[in-house]
Design a protein around this ligand. Structure first.
Ligand SMILES: [Zn+2]
Length: 158
């Protein structure tokens, strides 16, 4: 898999920005099959104070596509997150892998309710899923259209 690796050696103290593109394959490599499509730009601002003190903050921006909770059609969710946590590499690390952090923060930033904006769900799928849980109402509705229902109305009127 492609990973977001920050080299800790070979550059002078100071601040550097590193970029990584977390794509669909990246999320699938974590075993996440809920994410159908992803294109998230991860930017790490890495501050190297000296050889032993390095800090990074992440900024994540892009979109991930997941099945809608309401109609199951793909819904693109925008990601725009700047986790407040300052990351530090493990003791003695030379290549600092930020992949897990990127994955975790993107997942945490997603809303609990992953749905299309109100009124934009696929009406066919919503109707179909609604019918599954609404068998009785459907039965009553067809009852009202039967000739007997009309007769019933007639008798009621008398
Ligand atoms: Zn939907």
């Amino acid at each position: 898999m492609n990973a977001f690796i920050i080299p800790l050696n070979g550059w002078a103290a100071g601040e550097r920005k590193f970029h990584f593109r977390a794509d669909t394959e990246f999320f699938h490599s974590f075993g996440n099959t809920e994410i159908l499509d992803a294109d998230v730009n991860a930017e790490a601002t890495v501050l190297k104070k000296d050889a032993h003190k390095v800090e990074a903050v992440l900024h994540l921006k892009g979109t991930v596509t997941v099945p809608c909770d309401r109609c199951l059609e793909p819904v693109a969710l925008s990601v725009d997150a700047t986790p407040s946590e300052v990351l530090t590499p493990g003791e003695g690390e030379v290549d600092w892998n930020l992949s897990q952090a990127v994955y975790d923060y993107v997942c945490v930033s997603l809303p609990l309710q992953k749905v299309h904006p109100e009124g934009t769900c696929n009406p066919d799928t919503v109707r179909f899923l609604g019918q599954l849980g609404r068998g009785n109402e459907e039965a009553e509705a067809s009852d009202a259209n039967s000739p007997f229902a009309a007769l019933k109305g007639l008798f009621d009127a008398n």
